[in-house]
Design a protein around this ligand. Sequence first.
Ligand code: IPM
Ligand code: MG
Length: 361
Amino acid sequence: MKTYRIAVLPGDGIGPEIMQEAKKVLAVVAERSGVRFVLEEGLVGGAGYDAYGTPLPDEVMKMAAASDAVLLGAVGGPKWEPLDYSLRPERGLLGLRSGLGLFANLRPVVVFDDLIAASPLKPSVVRGIDLLIIRELLGDAYFGKPRGVRGEKGQRVGINTIVYTEAEIRRIAKVAFDIARTRCRKLLSVDKANVLETTELWRDVVTEVGRDYPDVDLQHMYVDNCAMQLIRNPGQFDVIVTTNMFGDILSDEASMLTGSLGMLPSASLGEKVAMYEPSHGSAPDIAGKGIANPLATILSAAMMLRHSFGMADEAAAVEKAVRAVLADGARTEDIRQEGARIVGTIQMGDLVAERVRAFKA
Ligand code: IPM
Ligand code: MG
């Protein structure tokens, strides 16, 4: 029997609740498809700190590295904010990214027809939106050195360094072109080449890589313009590739086209093990209430099936199940709508699992 080992890292806040529902759906997929998923759980983020004094315990890092894929809930919360920077939950996430070499972060932004009213933008602007942000995940100011705050001539000075090597740009560009080839053969590279030398290099290298992909239409855009265009006319975009920092910001902005961050999955790919997680945070304000939306985590599990296990049909079944449940009028609080049936986290998971079970394998 085909067996996949999944490192399951629920994390903090609503993480454990939404992870439970993704596990429920994976169990149905296993039943249908005859594969075996071996789930190994680990504590990361604030939960890791509380249990082991570190947001990324060595054991968890080892387990993740030895797995076939990592499924993560969310990390962080006010409880851990007073901690030293090096011990905060977010360091656990960044440690996993760098430890696993996850340099390509895929953030699909899809507007579901049934949720169009949830978007703060006009239906005519967001209908049919299906774009993909590919964010470089290991470079830029996130990891650049020197960094820190130090005293200089009687005052504090904060320093971060934006740095990209040619090799780092080339490898993310290749991923982006390869993916663009499987979609509309259009790639937009976003930079700030009019001001930042690092992204002047970014633009040059992406253009060079593009010579190997004559069938893909490559365009460039400055990040400020892109931020504006995402609201004005998001339908013009298909695949966007950009730097770590710009990708962080643009993906949060783009998520609002869909109306709820609770719907967006993500995949982080590297050389070997990939990691899948919802794009949203740990939502400590609603943790434990049973009202969190598990769909982004369930859709992240679908991305895992597709990208890590080559189970495209099963991934499509999960995605189709999510659409069907929404079409039936079930909604969690965050996507509440006039006339819709409000369901809790567990019920939403049950509904999706039932649908997946009902589809023919
Ligand atoms: C994200 C988050 C993280 C990031 C934080 C939690 C470190 O905002 O995944 O977009 O900035 O990368
Ligand atoms: Mg972010």
